[in-house]
Design a protein around this ligand. Structure first.
Ligand SMILES: [Zn+2]
Length: 257
């Protein structure tokens, strides 16, 4: 097989792959949202595409369905171009993917959020999808995802605040790894540096439930410092994240290797 991506295959090739034992499908839930003045809006979608393919290769017998491209990005809507859909619509899309794939006879469906705002949706819908003929597994531990990133970034001398939660050193490095043509390093500028989680909690407590908007924290739309980004770090991040996630899915698949 020269591709694992079902959108690049013919239906005949999908049928043959299934007959050869490809009974699992992984797909990412990305976003189309601003990522600072230096990264494309497809950043989370591209990260989802790259990770899903690597995980499929590591797991074996796994195909890749198209990444869901719009995500829950309401907090980025003051930046031109960002698209946002409701969590209900994202849930419905993920459910439709799973129902379609289960109807074709795939046995395991792996959900991979590659945008922070999609993690809670994956966590919520996976239990609701357990009545399908396919086993549905979702990774929804954002803290662990971030820990893997920060651990690898630290080996490159990058601090967690520089690594950043959005369009910082790590996300920029991830895009440099395989899509350097879409990165404008001459526009990379330092964004919010500090404890973003604490800030978010303070704002939530003080604004009677109003959601924190990205432009309130950083007018550039950047959390972290992308200036030290490099492709080598991006490749290590892709490998480290894919390795950790593959272990998670393998364990969750349990008796269905
Ligand atoms: Zn992102």
């Amino acid at each position: 097989m020269n591709t694992l991506r079902i959108e690049e295959m013919t239906w005949v090739q999908v049928k043959e792959a299934m007959a050869q034992g490809y009974r699992r499908v992984i797909f990412a839930l990305g976003s189309t949202e601003q990522h600072g003045p230096h990264l494309p809006l497809a950043t989370d979608t591209l990260i989802g595409d790259m990770l899903a393919l690597r995980i499929a290769e590591k797991l074996g017998n796994t195909l890749v369905a198209p990444t869901i491209r719009p995500g829950c990005s309401e907090h980025h809507m003051n930046f031109p171009g960002s698209l946002s859909i409701s969590s209900d619509l994202l849930s419905a899309l993920a459910r439709a993917y799973c129902e379609s794939l289960a109807r074709h006879g795939f046995e395991s469906l792996l959900l991979l959020p590659s945008h922070g705002g999609n993690f809670p949706v994956v966590k919520r819908i996976v239990p609701e999808l357990q009545n399908l003929s396919a086993k549905v597994i979702g990774f929804s531990n954002l803290a662990e995802f971030q820990q893997v990133i920060d651990g690898i970034a630290a080996r490159f001398g990058v601090t967690p605040s520089e690594s950043g939660a959005h369009a910082g050193c790590s996300e920029t490095s991830l895009i440099l790894a395989e899509h350097a043509d879409l990165v404008h390093m001459d526009q990379a500028q330092v964004g919010f540096i500090g404890d973003f989680i604490a800030l978010a909690q303070n704002v939530k407590a003080s604004s009677a439930g109003l959601e924190l908007r990205m432009d309130d924290i950083s007018p550039l739309g950047v959390l972290g410092d992308p200036r030290g980004a490099r492709a080598e770090l991006g490749r290590e991040l892709l490998e480290g994240l894919a390795e950790r996630l593959t272990t998670f899915y393998r364990e969750a698949l349990g008796s269905r290797p």
